[in-house]
Design a binder for this molecule. Structure first.
Ligand code: 6PG
Length: 242
């Protein structure tokens, strides 16, 4: 696994640098095939990226050939302000030329365990797979200050290695039900990108990037694409210990 660190002075320039990287990756892969499979995370960090792609890069690649999936989703309706899909749709998808049939959200309004099964079958119905695991071209991840990624939290580490493509999980504090793809899917991707911004992430990012043994129990530290590349895109505040 090759690992790369890309930094930018501030969140806006980080979003721009990451947007260009994603568009370049899509264009490179679309020179070899006619579909690109992208999994997006939620939370606040990617929202600058979504907004910037809509405003500055709507024509930078053939978005109509990209299939959009979600790394994880909160079990809320898409209209809820906490919905990862809802935020991405408002900020980006509604402003790109994306056929609706290429947009594959998790349905957060359904019962979590049932939706995890349905979403897994949706993944497998659309994405080429190996041994029942869908092979994403790019997975975009965030990192929580507790070292969680996707919606796999330190108190449910076993879910990271669950054999199935996605699982129902729960936020350890809020108890909010979530749906998340597993590390089994993440580590099969061709390219995994962490996007990390803010002073509050500097310690966790330091430990994850330097592979500090004391932190190898954290979900984000378990992200090691088997045959893919791993990128950390961080602003200077988050990368200040590296
Ligand atoms: C979610 C995300 C989650 C997120 C981290 C970082 O649904 O919240 O997928 O894994 O990436 O919690 O969130 P921030 O970008 O808001 O710090």
């Amino acid at each position: 696994m090759n690992q790369y660190l890309q930094t930018a002075p501030d969140p806006d320039q980080l979003a721009d640098r990451l947007a260009r990287f994603i568009c370049e990756t899509i264009n490179r892969r679309l020179s070899e095939k006619d579909r690109f499979f992208l999994a997006l995370s939620g939370g606040s960090t990617p929202q600058l990226l979504f907004k910037l792609i809509a405003e500055k890069y709507p024509l930078a690649c053939e978005w109509e050939k990209v299939h959009f999936f979600w790394v994880d989703e909160r079990c809320v309706p898409h209209t809820d302000p906490q919905s990862n899909f809802g935020a991405c749709k408002d900020l980006m998808l509604d402003h790109l030329d994306c056929p609706p049939e290429h947009i594959h959200p998790v349905d957060g309004s359904r019962e979590a365990e049932k939706e995890a099964l349905r979403y897994a079958s949706d993944l497998l119905a659309h994405i080429p797979a190996q041994d029942g695991i869908p092979l994403f071209d790019l997975v975009l991840l965030g990192i929580g200050t507790d070292g969680h990624t996707a919606s796999i939290f330190p108190n449910s580490l076993t879910l990271f290695h669950a054999p199935q493509p996605c699982v129902a999980t729960q936020h350890p504090e809020s108890r909010q039900k979530r749906i998340s793809i597993t590390g089994t899917v993440i580590n099969k991707a061709s390219c995994v990108v962490f996007v990390v911004a803010g002073e509050e992430k500097k310690e966790v990012l330091f430990h994850i990037v330097t592979k500090n043994a004391a932190f190898e129990h954290l979900p984000a530290a378990l992200v090691k694409p088997e045959n893919g590349e791993l990128y950390f895109f961080a602003d200077q505040s988050a990368a200040s210990l590296l």
